[in-house]
Structure formats: C-alpha cells, structure tokens
Design a protein around this ligand. Structure first.
Ligand SMILES: Nc1ncnc2c1ncn2[C@@H]1O[C@H](COP(=O)(O)OP(=O)(O)O)[C@@H](O)[C@H]1O
Ligand SMILES: [Mg+2]
Length: 224
C-alpha cells in the first residue's frame, strides 16, 4: 500500500470525489488512518466568513481526520471555473511549496492520503503549473477515474497516454457510472479493459443504472 494516491479523472464531474470517498471507506475498513486532500478546489461557498468547497468537505467527513480545513484544502477558490482563472480572479498564485507542506502535515498523521485533483490531468493551475505538476511533485502513484458516459473511451485513452507521457505512474483505473442511462455500459467497460494498459481496479455502477453491470467489478485495493 502506497502512502498516498493521486486520484485524477477523465474530466470534471467524472466521479473523482465519489471514487475517492469509496476508496477512503475501503481503506478505513481495513483499519488504516486515512486523510483526504484536495490541494486546489474551484467553486466554494462562504461559511462563517471562510470559503468551503464541497469536495474537500466530503473528503474530510469521509476520512474523519482531525486536520484543519486549510490543511485539507490549501487553495479554496470561490469561482466555479477553471482553477487558474479562479485563482487569477482571487489574486492568488498557486504554489507547489504550499501544497507539498500541507500534504506533509497530513501524511505525518495518517497511513494513507487520498488526494483528489481538480478537473482532469492537464488542468492548468497558473503560469507554468498544472495538475500533472502537482501529482508529480507529490511523487504519488495515480488512479484514473473514468466517468462512464458516452465519450468516455476517447477521454480515458487520452488521459492514460497523457499520464504516462508526463511520467506519471498509473496504478489502474476505476469506472464510475455518472450517467445512469448510459447505453452499452458493459460493452464500454469491456472496451476500456481491453484498450487501457492499466488494470481495472473496480467499477461503481450507478444505483439507477439502466443496464446491470455483468460481471460486477467490486473495488479492489490490490495493487494500490
Ligand atoms: N458511480 C456513481 N453512482 C452514482 N452517482 C455518481 C457516481 N459517480 C459519480 N456520481 C455523481 O456524479 C456527480 C459527479 O461526481 P463527482 O464525484 O462529484 O465528480 P468529480 O469529483 O470528478 O467532479 C456527483 O453528483 C456524483 O454523486
Ligand atoms: Mg470532485
């Protein structure tokens, strides 16, 4: 088991938080102390004079970790837009050093840190910095969440290529069915399994899925 896992995805809204929460639950069920980490979030609400992002709150709740909110989510940007635009609007420069320091604090008080990116692998964060840069600087192996909906095959294949080309260590992929009406769910999962080089570490079907996942593919922590 790695000390940390970087959860990226094929897109925004592809199921990264959903999968990260499932992963945190599974790790906690093994008796591990887990921290969630959302280094950069764009899209936040004011709560008692401070900005709070739903993903970071969900990860914090799921992990039950005592760390301060600002450690779990060092960059919490108000506008729900591309992070580099949200940061520029807020007059904030996203710095790797701040992210690494927050991660180190979490890692010191947990067995595993589950890190959720923002958007996909190459999302820009500012001049000369993108999400890939954060994952590589953290030195963490990568888990690719494939949001199961029409278009996911191309997004998944492109993401895998980009992760490997950038020097990321891809542990595997997890499918998350964001569209309950997705046609040919099983055909798409079979194609992903065939064409992605990385192993499938599970598929989370939508509870209202039109098509039943067959065979079921429970989340596996093997290889993580
Ligand atoms: N496997 C799934 N089953 C049911 N709903 C899902 C599943 N995966 C994602 N969702 C829903 O889809 C939406 C987007 O998922 P989310 O995890 O927030 O994506 P991301 O973190 O990549 O932006 C959320 O409303 C989430 O609850
Ligand atoms: Mg999310």
């Amino acid at each position: 088991m790695s000390r940390g896992i970087f959860v990226t995805g094929t897109d925004t809204g592809c199921g990264k938080t959903h999968v990260a929460q499932a992963l945190i639950r599974a790790l906690r069920a093994r008796g591990l102390r887990v921290a969630g980490f959302k280094p950069v979030a764009a899209g936040a609400d004011w709560c008692d004079g401070e900005l709070r992002n739903d993903d970071a709150l969900a990860l914090k709740r799921e992990a039950g970790h005592a760390a301060a909110y600002a450690t779990i989510n060092p960059y919490c940007l108000e506008a729900a837009v591309a992070p580099h635009l949200a940061a520029a609007e807020a007059g904030v420069a996203i710095e790797l050093g701040v992210i690494l320091a927050a991660y180190a604090q979490l890692a010191a008080r947990s067995d595993v840190v589950v890190v959720e990116g923002a958007g996909g692998w190459l999302v820009p964060l500012g001049p000369g910095l993108d999400m890939q840069g954060v994952a590589l600087a953290l030195g963490l192996p990568v888990l690719l969440v494939v949001g199961l909906r029409l278009g996911c095959l191309n997004h998944a294949l492109l993401s895998e290529r980009a992760i490997l080309a950038g020097g990321g260590r891809l542990l595997g992929w997890i499918g998350s069915q964001v569209d309950p009406g997705m046609a040919r769910l099983n055909g798409n999962v079979a194609t992903l399994t065939e064409r992605l080089g990385a192993p499938c570490l599970g598929v989370i079907a939508h509870p209202a899925s039109r098509e039943r996942l067959d065979p079921p593919r429970p989340l596996t922590l093997e290889g993580l």
